[in-house]
Design a protein around this ligand. Structure first.
Ligand SMILES: NC(=O)c1ccc[n+]([C@@H]2O[C@H](COP(=O)([O-])OP(=O)(O)OC[C@H]3O[C@@H](n4cnc5c(N)ncnc54)[C@H](OP(=O)(O)O)[C@@H]3O)[C@@H](O)[C@H]2O)c1
Length: 393
């Protein structure tokens, strides 16, 4: 067993780069890295404010609880060392003689890539978007990965807010599924599929702003997804939504799904969207009415209406934004927000304050995850586990 994270299948090592002003600080960081699950540490000699090669390297090797890799990076390679090359190589040679497990030798080559902000990245320990050691080990089950591991992910931009990796990776581990679920920050969906067409890429979910483009890249589309946008005139007899005025803010993927669902349950659907033409298009498809966002505050033909926000308005980090004024919310009986980071958005907080029932995006998130998990794995979704993971959000 490996430090409480299951049997090790993956022989790839996790290396923690360590940078500090003093040798004592480096020693402290080595122990921290071990606790977090690193297999090896990269000791960046070039960041030391004062450096006595013999004594310092000896101490670093003696006190290090993990195998060592010594790096003495010069300024021309993005490091901090600006002395002469002979002294740099002497220090690395000495590290080898004193028992370093590895040394990193940087030689000048005619061309090398320039990394902007490399200093920032190094000081933070990881580059933007790069997972931390804890995330690799605990979130992505890194120790369990091997060459047969199937890759799943969520495509979006932004995408780091998505809780899907937390949900699926825990479930994969508990169900013994050899898979990993990652955030995929994608600009151009067709190009992404051209580039990442490997057979280990086994499934993906899609979020803002790519849902509709992703649909156009599929060879086959599930009939339900196809129908979202073409269904008219369902009755919904017996449904609590039957006859209700159901306002959907947004005309993207989530907006379409909700508008279609509400129509099916017999609601009268109104679509309000930033781009009015898209509101009109969707309203025509579901047989409803279209509004611009600006009209929403003064639109209250009756009380007891239902409101569903399916835009990203109010999502972290812009948590102070809301699509409708608090004043207008008093006409609604129930308010739902698809945004689930934060769980209680400003829209939901204000809706509750004026007496409306609220439904959070977390509930939708868990519900859609059940079906996705079953499609990804062919196994029944661990519903209780999903609820437990999400209960703190
Ligand atoms: N809880 C869940 O399980 C769940 C599931 C799916 C989605 N979501 C959330 O729902 C939201 C929409 O996702 P999606 O996949 O449907 O995205 P999408 O297909 O890209 O649609 C985005 C919609 O939001 C509107 N919009 C975006 N930024 C806006 C802004 N600053 N002001 C006004 N309107 C804006 C867009 O209007 P235009 O037409 O004018 O561009 C469009 O109607 C996201 O926040 C996502 O996280 C939650």
């Amino acid at each position: 067993m490996e430090s409480g994270v299951g049997m090790r299948k993956n022989q790839t090592l996790i290396c923690a780069p360590l940078m500090a002003d003093t040798v004592d600080q480096l020693v402290e960081l080595m122990h921290k890295a071990k606790l977090k699950g690193a297999d090896i540490v990269e000791i960046r000699l070039d960041h030391l404010k004062s450096f006595n090669p013999q004594g310092d390297i000896e101490k670093l090797i003696k006190e290090c609880p993990l195998p060592t890799l010594f790096t003495y990076r010069p300024v021309w390679e993005g490091g901090q060392y600006d002395g002469d090359e002979n002294s740099r190589f002497d220090a690395l040679r000495l590290a080898m003689e004193l028992g370093a497990d590895h040394i990193d030798i940087e030689l000048k080559v005619p061309f090398y890539p320039e990394f902007e902000n490399i200093q920032d990245c190094l000081w933070k320990g990881v580059c933007p978007g790069q997972p931390t050691i804890e995330e690799l080990v605990s979130l992505y089950n890194f120790r369990l990965m091997d060459s047969d591991t199937k890759v799943f992910g969520i495509i979006g931009k932004p995408v780091s807010h998505s809780k899907s990796p937390k949900l699926y990776n825990r479930a994969f581990k508990e169900d013994g599924v050899n898979g990993v679920f990652v955030h995929l920050l994608v600009d151009d969906v067709p190009k992404f599929f051209e580039t990442y067409s490997s057979s280990d890429f086994s499934g993906f979910s899609c979020t803002i702003p790519h849902k509709e483009v992703a649909l156009t890249c599929c060879d086959e589309v599930d009939p339900v997804a196809k129908v979202v946008g073409s269904q008219h005139g369902a009755s919904g007899i017996g449904s609590p939504l039957a006859g209700k005025l159901f306002i959907v803010i947004g005309a993207g993927g989530a907006g379409r799904a909700l508008a279609y669902g509400a129509k099916e349950k017999g609601a009268r659907v109104v679509i309000a969207n930033r781009t009015y033409d898209r509101a009109r298009e969707l309203a025509e498809l579901v047989g409803g009415q279209a509004l611009s966002l600006a009209e929403l505050d003064s639109f209250h033909p009756e009380t007891g209406m239902i409101l569903a926000n399916t835009t990203s308005i109010g999502m972290q980090p812009k948590v102070e934004e809301t699509p409708v004024s608090k004043e207008a919310l008093k006409y609604y009986e129930l308010v739902f927000d698809a945004v689930y980071t934060p769980k209680i958005t400003r829209l939901l907080r204000e809706a509750e304050e004026v007496g409306a029932k609220i439904v959070t995006g977390v509930e939708m998130f868990i519900g859609q995850a059940y079906e996705q998990y079953e499609r990804f794995t062919g196994l029944p979704a661990p519903k209780q586990l999903f609820k437990e993971i999400m209960k703190d959000y």
